[in-house]
Design a protein around this ligand. Structure first.
Ligand code: CUA
Length: 312
């Protein structure tokens, strides 16, 4: 239907919806233009026709031309909302890959510690969730063959997910104007069979992302306050990820990626209840890729003794 390959589980569905909208628009446009042309010819100047117009109202016709288009357009709306919700809801078993966009490159970090620039390796048949942020301006990750596209903002995490279905190499673009080399801020997604992908992961393993996070945790001195033996009254971080945190101002937040990130760069914003706002900000001291590694570590902190090589 289009020249683009359909390489994800969304591609066929997006194309189906797009095609349905195209056909519906074409039918409406044809109906309008055919009627216009017929009327223009029939009622042209000098033609001897009845121009008195309808004098009575026909409720049946009024309802028909109102309700049928209404049903069609609401149908399209319901169809697209359904697809949109699916595209916004990553399955729980999706593999998380972290993405940092910056002028003008893409940096990808796999949970196993594999890092890539401008190329992303994924396997067919397994859902992948990209958690993305920017180190400078707004970018936008777009993979046309997957029919996915998502803005990437500094100071915020956005995500998108897909299941690749067809091995191959597909273009990846930045789809938001971000400065001089925006048009060259691209790369490719390499989709491999699960076996080939496992080989690629094994060949590029270098200690998991969480392990790198653990090293950074020590290097940035986080342990000095947050470890069990510390004399500083700082929140314990074991099992924090995913829990509900009561804040000093009475609100409650879920300790998700966003909360952990902001607690590192904007610690004064959401102080945990019962603690003094003494944590210094690490804004501009840790880059976004390292913050993501720290978050990967915080996700397993507390469980690591039982399973030293937890996958994420
Ligand atoms: Cu990054 Cu355009």
């Amino acid at each position: 239907m289009s020249g683009l390959p359909e390489a994800s589980s969304f591609a066929g569905r997006v194309d189906g919806l797009f095609f349905a909208m195209l056909v519906l628009s074409a039918v409406v446009m044809l109906a309008v233009f055919v009627t216009m042309t017929v009327f223009a010819v029939r009622f042209r100047r000098g033609r001897n026709v009845d121009r008195s117009g309808e004098s009575h109202r026909d409720l049946g016709i009024e309802l028909t031309w109102t309700l049928i288009p209404f049903a069609l357009f609401v149908g399209i709306f319901a169809w697209s909302i359904h697809l949109w919700i699916d595209m916004r809801t990553p399955p729980a078993d999706a593999e998380t890959i972290y993405v940092v966009g910056k002028q003008w490159m893409w940096e990808f970090q796999h949970p196993g510690g594999q890092r890539e620039i401008n190329t992303l390796h994924v396997a067919t048949g397994h859902p992948v969730r990209l958690v993305m942020t920017s180190q400078d301006v707004i970018h936008d990750l777009s993979v046309p063959a997957f029919r996915v596209k998502q803005d990437i903002l500094p100071g915020r995490y956005t995500d998108l997910w897909f299941t690749a279905t067809r091995p191959g190499t597909y273009d990846l673009f930045c789809a938001e104007y971000c400065g001089t080399d925006h048009s060259r801020m691209g790369g490719s997604v390499v989709v491999e069979t699960p076996a080939a992908h496992a080989r690629w992961l094994a060949a590029h393993a270098s200690g998991s992302l969480a392990e790198r996070g653990r090293t950074l945790f020590t290097r940035y001195g986080c342990a000095g306050c947050h470890d069990a033996g510390s004399s500083v009254h700082a929140p314990r971080l074991e099992g924090l990820y995913g829990s509900t945190v009561p804040l000093a101002d009475g609100r409650q937040v879920t300790a998700d990626e966003r909360y952990l990130h902001d607690s590192i760069v904007l610690p004064a914003e959401e102080v945990a209840a019962g603690y003094a706002p003494i944590m210094p900000s690490y804004k501009d001291r840790i880059d976004e890729a390292d913050i993501l590694a720290l978050i990967a570590y915080l996700k397993i902190r507390g469980t690591e003794r039982e399973s030293p090589h937890a996958p994420r």
